[in-house]
Design a protein around this ligand. Structure first.
Ligand code: CP
Length: 369
């Protein structure tokens, strides 16, 4: 059977491959005509079970600018999901119509599940609060373009660090480059998940600190990555109401920032960046939107070429441990809904006997039999 390349997590790409995608995107930006027919006859299916403006449209614009075409749906209600069809069957079906699939789904691990069934490459366009690797590619191109490097930067990440899928993927990518230091700016309720702390930052000896206000750290930052407090991720609406306006970046606060600091935001924003920042030359979030299209063009080219050749590095997968009949306890995990899926767990901390679900990273203590 043909080997397929998927992008489910930013860890599926080596650092050299990320650098290669950035180089391709930069080439596309300067030589648009060279790529105008690169995907002629190819189709991308955009399957968005959760709302999107940028990600879906940029995948579609990317394929159209490469000379290919698009099909898909923009909400679960426009698909046979409403009749009870599983994600797995949807993916297997769409592989008959398209050469590559970009999928967003509210359940964590949905893209990994889809990739197990797909006959064409699957790109994770966001799986619940888990990860969003193509947003990270857009973020990296923006930072590289603005600062000329991806290393030795002080990066403030502000807002919802707990459920912010873009945050998890960005930390995973930037902590691979030497000398980067992170300042995590969030309320105590929305700090980074333990798997990011202990399984990404700590093993890489990445330097990071926590901060409760923008004012306390803005002067030190090279990059300030703002995020939205996401109403859709909270199970307790009162907690959302209490936290939603925790951070607002405005022109007054920007006065304390370095002259060459960059403000990024994956968007959409609500109130966390005041419109009086938009005309500041350090505001990069609309440029970031454009760069997202170029990075997705580079990614489509790469995944289609890899699928054609079958030559690419094996994805780094952790060895799985059979936990018998144990099931992941996270109600937002894809396995909670798609109950036919094989449960997958891996050992992450042998000292404390900690296992995690491979789909959603939820911690499990190995059950005693
Ligand atoms: N950044 C991002 O994922 O935006 P959309 O939700 O509009 O796709």
């Amino acid at each position: 059977m043909k080997r397929l390349r998927h992008l489910i997590d930013i860890s599926d790409l080596t650092t050299a491959e990320i650098d290669g995608l950035i180089a391709t995107a930069e080439d596309i930006m300067t030589h648009r005509a060279k790529y105008a027919h690169a995907c002629e006859g190819k189709k991308i299916a955009t399957l968005f079970f959760e709302p999107s403006t940028r990600t879906r449209l940029s995948f579609e614009a990317a394929m159209l600018e490469l000379g290919g075409s698009t099909l898909g749906f923009a909400s679960a209600s426009a698909s046979s999901t409403t009749k009870g069809e599983s994600v797995m069957d949807t993916i297997r079906t769409v592989g008959a119509y398209a050469d590559i699939i970009a999928m967003r789904h509210p359940l964590e691990g949905a893209a990994l599940a889809a990739s197990q069934r797909s006959i064409v490459p699957v790109v994770n366009a966001g799986d619940g609060g888990h990860c969003h690797p193509t947003q990270t590619l857009a973020d990296l191109l923006t930072i590289k373009n603005r600062h000329g490097r991806l290393d030795h930067l002080v990066v403030g990440i502000c807002g919802d660090l707990k459920y912010g899928r873009t945050v998890h993927s960005l930390i995973n990518a930037l902590s691979r480059y030497p000398g980067n230091r992170f300042v995590m700016i969030s309320p105590p309720e929305l700090t980074i998940p333990n798997y990011v702390r202990y399984e990404i930052l700590e093993p890489r000896s990445a330097e990071w600190t926590e901060c409760r206000t923008i004012e306390d750290c803005i002067a030190d930052l090279d990059v300030l990555y703002m995020t939205r407090i996401q109403r859709e991720r909270f199970s307790d609406i009162n907690e959302y109401e209490r936290l939603k306006d925790s951070y607002v970046l405005n022109a007054e606060k920007m006065k304390a920032a370095k002259a060459d600091m960059s403000v990024l935001h994956p968007l959409p924003r609500v109130k966390e960046i005041n419109v009086d920042v938009d005309d500041d030359p350090r505001a990069c979030y609309f440029r970031q939107v454009e760069y997202g299209k170029f990075m997705r063009m580079a990614l489509i080219l790469k995944l289609l070429a890899d699928a054609e050749s079958g030559e690419f590095p094996d994805p780094v997968r952790r060895p799985l441990t059979d936990l018998g009949t144990y099931r992941c306890g996270n109600p937002k995990c894809v396995t909670a809904v798609e109950t036919d899926l094989k449960q997958m767990f891996s050992l992450r901390d042998a000292t404390h006997d900690i296992y995690r679900c491979e789909y959603c990273e939820t911690k499990v203590k190995k059950p005693r039999y």
